[in-house]
Design a protein around this ligand. Structure first.
Ligand code: UDP
Length: 391
């Protein structure tokens, strides 16, 4: 490798809260391997507020931030805005490799720009698949298209590896790492120690009640499905007087108006602002049950042995369901209520959903990713041996 190649930075691109959370451990591992200045973080500002707050929380200062996203534009205009902005930056900075994560517009646009500029793209959390390209929309298509433009697929599970293999991706581009979300859980204590005294206080939570943590935000749930989920939560609280619900609301105004419309005045339902990562986890680990449509939360919950009801009709993360630690509850009011009742009525059912092992990772995914990237840049094959992988 020439000196000039080594001087070119490795890029990490993020646009949303989960990307920051899942890439923060990758930044740390890459810095350990290549040095602090070798890695540049690029923020697209896709979810401006949540992304910036999460970057600040993890102590990450981006080297570049794209200009503000155009307001109220169609998603295609936003993709175009990201691709153009990232391409211009790439031409100016000539990164030697680009790391993207997950399934967002920022993931896809970063991969698309890198691919067209001839810069190798690595995809963290490659190979997840729901059974329909329409669901989640448009994320499933972003993830699949990103995989098509990627030189290293860092697949989080054996199933993700299988999905990529069955689509014909070469074996020497696919590595099983575990999910970096589990690595991020290892950073919670450190983040807690740095928590801001300005963080809003938690609502008072009764110690003698069973706590349900709920979150709901996904685009495909907007409107009627989200209304139905809220009504199901209200039914649960009205049926079980020893249950209390905490629901940190996403910043999206469409989501908030539905949540507040049904649940704002409901006793024993606490609607809060989004919580800082460490605060969120201090509550999550106390929960008796989680109701959520979030991909990241469904990966994290098994680490705390908290049963999860996934508020979606399909999932690209079936591992916890297969392990009996989560159920796919859908978005129908009666079905969500019934699924929660089975767990709330029967302590054996609750106990059966608490497994010792998190199927999504072992906390060493970022280390494997940095090792794989190092080997790739040195021209070594394979980037990771079988023994070095998670699965
Ligand atoms: N999260 C958080 N504060 C909150 C809600 C969620 O820090 O108030 C974290 C959560 O632990 C997980 C991530 O945000 O790591 C999930 O993000 P989100 O649900 O927005 O996206 P998804 O995972 O569905 O892509």
């Amino acid at each position: 490798m020439t000196q000039s190649q080594q001087d070119r930075p490795i890029w990490i691109i993020s646009g949303t809260r989960p990307e920051v959370i899942k890439l923060a451990p990758v930044l740390r591992s890459l810095q350990q391997r290549f040095g602090d200045n070798a890695v540049h973080w690029i923020s697209t500002g896709q979810h401006m507020q949540l992304e910036s707050e999460t970057l600040a929380l993890f102590g990450i200062t981006p080297h570049h931030r794209l200009p503000r996203r155009p307001e109220d534009k169609h998603i295609v205009d936003f993709d175009a805005h990201l691709i153009e902005g990232l391409t211009q930056l790439m031409r100016a900075e000539q990164p030697r490799l680009v790391v993207v994560q997950g399934d967002t517009a920022s993931t896809f646009s970063g991969a698309f720009a890198g691919f067209h500029e001839g810069i190798p793209v690595c995809h963290v959390e490659a190979g997840l698949r729901s059974d329909s390209i329409q669901d989640p929309f448009p994320e499933e298509s972003y993830r699949r298209m990103t995989d098509a433009m990627t030189v290293l697929h860092f697949a989080p599970s054996a199933l993700a590896v299988q999905n990529l293999q069955s689509e014909g991706y070469p074996a020497d581009t696919i590595y099983c790492t575990g999910n970096t979300s589990i690595d991020a859980l290892g950073m919670v204590d450190e983040l807690e120690a740095r928590a801001s005294p300005d963080d809003p206080p938690l609502p008072p939570l009764a110690v003698d009640r069973r706590l349900i943590m709920a979150t709901v935000h996904r685009r495909e749930s907007w409107g009627a499905p989200m209304q139905a989920i809220c009504l199901a939560i209200r039914d649960i609280v009205r049926r079980y007087d020893d249950v209390e619900v905490i629901l940190p609301m996403h910043v999206n105004p469409k989501v908030r108006s539905t949540l507040m419309g049904v649940l704002e005045d409901e006793p024993r339902v606490h609607l809060t602002e989004p919580m800082a990562f460490a605060r969120f986890h201090s509550v999550m680990r106390r929960a008796y049950l989680i109701l959520s449509d979030s991909g990241g939360i469904s990966e994290e919950a098994p680490s705390y042995e908290v049963p999860t009801l996934i508020l979606r009709n399909t999932t690209e993360r079936p591992e916890a369901i297969k392990a009996g630690l989560a159920h796919l509850a859908g978005t129908d009011r009666a079905a969500v209520f019934a699924a929660a009742s089975r767990i709330l009525d029967d302590p054996r059912e609750h106990e059966a959903m608490r497994g010792a092992q998190n199927p999504y990772g072992d906390g060493r995914a970022a280390e494997r990713i940095a090792l794989g990237i190092g080997r790739y840049l040195d021209g070594q094959q394979p980037a990771l041996t079988e023994a070095e992988q998670f699965c």
